[in-house]
Design a protein around this ligand. Structure first.
Ligand code: EPZ
Length: 422
């Protein structure tokens, strides 16, 4: 397994290009199943998760061609010859469950493996299933698979999510576009990736209103046509790289970044003493003084502070002035980066869903272990300013969500290299 060596090397200066959003692309790709005509996605990120979704869609009979080095995906599913999403693929990536709604809506039947849990939590899919049942789906769980039927097609329905779920909103939204009648999704997720999906579906002929609010209304149509759609910039990659100059000093411009994507996150950065300036090319970030101030963070659904930036923010708080309290409210086990940061000298006390971080002057390099996607990048951020050479192991986690991380950070002056395991 590859590892990454990062050595503290002072302030960072320059520009970092932000790629298309992994979590938007992973729901835009299954949308091809809703139409027999081609769907073209531009500004697609080059990530291993995208490759996994490609393999899954191809296993169903869809065609997926990567062009321009993977930045353009040409998808077409004029004929599906398989309606079973196999456990071997689904277990690698939970977002695979997002083929369920579209496949069921298009052909009236689908068999999808339950994804199982992952490092950060049990992550059940009960809300995905309940939302589809509200549209008339008949579901049966058998031997680890969801067997779904919609004889005569899905029908419009009203479903109120008991709590916000991004994936369940996406599955239901895609299914509703072809359901007969009107569907109303209440307490829907408001993430930019949902808005991006709705905009793409509308280009395909879907009739959707209210995306980005808590209530989405969909008038079902008989069929959807093809479209071309640019993937929205990745707000989590954006937030991650905004923290690099915050941790190391210097000034970095994140190309393609937009304030609207990272509102609550920027408010916290401002409170901590980090300046964010919107430029014609993106977001320019610099630290006001020599050391950031400790701030408290509670993760919430959008537009609150994103859970996917909690680990990265903790890395910043490790060397902040004062004590910060980070509350993780979305997932039940998302502090696995804490013990690794403590190996680097961080002072962190984890009690259930709350981590209390007492800032120290500087972290010290140490070999550390990546445990999940966002934890892995928080260790790299910590290593950027630590004294000495930090080796981050198991970086296959990183490659799921960050393209060319060594290149992008080296370009602004970081000392970082990948060690390929022989
Ligand atoms: C999406 O996961 C993202 N993944 C996650 O990003 C992100 O952390 C999460 O949304 C929250 O923003 C993709 O978009 C591919 P949820 P998702 O359904 O849809 C519980 C990353 O690092 N829940 O909003 O799975 C669930 O266990 C990844 O890029 C149920 O109980 O998240 C969690 O505690 C990590 N039943 C909470 O709700 C359900 O049916 C929010 O989950 C669904 C979810």
């Amino acid at each position: 397994m590859d590892s990454i060596i990062v050595t503290g090397n002072g302030p960072l200066n320059g520009q970092i290009p932000i790629a298309g959003a992994k979590n938007a692309c992973l729901t835009l790709m299954p949308a091809t199943l809703l139409s027999e005509e081609p769907l073209t996605l531009t500004n697609a990120p080059r990530l291993s998760d995208i490759k996994t979704m490609t393999t899954l869609l191809q296993s169903l009979g869809a065609e997926v061609t990567q062009m321009q080095g993977g930045q353009v995906l040409a998808l077409s599913s004029h004929a599906l010859d398989n309606h079973v999403a196999d456990y071997d693929i689904v277990r690698k990536m939970r977002a695979s469950i997002l083929v369920l709604g579209p496949m069921l809506a298009r052909d009236g039947h689908a068999v999808v493996s339950l994804p199982g849990g992952c490092a950060i939590g049990a992550r059940p899919v009960d809300l995905h299933l309940k939302a589809l049942e509200a549209m008339g789906a008949e579901l049966e769980l058998r031997e680890g698979y969801v067997h779904a039927k919609a004889p005569g097609g899905l029908k419009g329905g009203i479903f109120e999510f008991p709590f916000v779920s991004v994936g369940a909103t996406e599955n239901a939204l895609m299914a509703a576009t072809l359901a007969k009648g009107t569907t109303v999704l209440k307490n829907a997720a408001r993430e930019p990736e949902i808005v991006d999906l709705a905009q793409c579906l509308r280009k395909m002929g879907a009739q959707i209103e209210g995306e980005g609010t808590h209530e989405i209304t969909v008038q079902g149509v008989d069929r959807l046509h093809g479209a071309t759609h640019p993937v929205v910039p990745d707000r989590i990659e954006l937030g991650t790289y905004m923290l690099a100059p915050a941790i190391c000093g210097g000034e970095v411009e994140c190309l393609g970044g937009r304030l609207a994507l990272v509102g609550a996150f920027c408010e916290k950065l401002d409170e901590a003493g980090i300046e964010v300036e919107e430029t014609a090319l993106g977001l320019k970030v610099r630290r006001r003084g020599d050391r950031v101030r400790a701030v408290n963070v509670t993760t919430e659904p959008f537009p609150g502070f994103p859970t996917d930036l909690q680990a990265q923010m903790m890395a910043l708080m490790c060397t902040a002035e004062g004590t910060s309290v980070l509350e993780e409210r979305i997932f039940e086990n998302r502090f696995m980066h804490a013990p690794e940061l403590m190996r680097m000298g961080a002072r962190i006390d984890v009690q259930g869903g709350t981590a209390t971080v007492t800032g120290v002057e500087r972290l010290k390099a140490a070999p550390v272990m990546a445990t999940d996607l966002r934890a892995s990048v928080s260790l790299i951020l910590a290593g950027l300013a630590a004294e000495g050479e930090t080796q981050v192991n198991r970086v296959y986690h990183l490659d799921r969500g960050y393209e060319r991380v060594e290149e992008k950070l080296s370009a602004v002056g970081a000392r970082i290299e990948r060690v390929r395991e022989t």
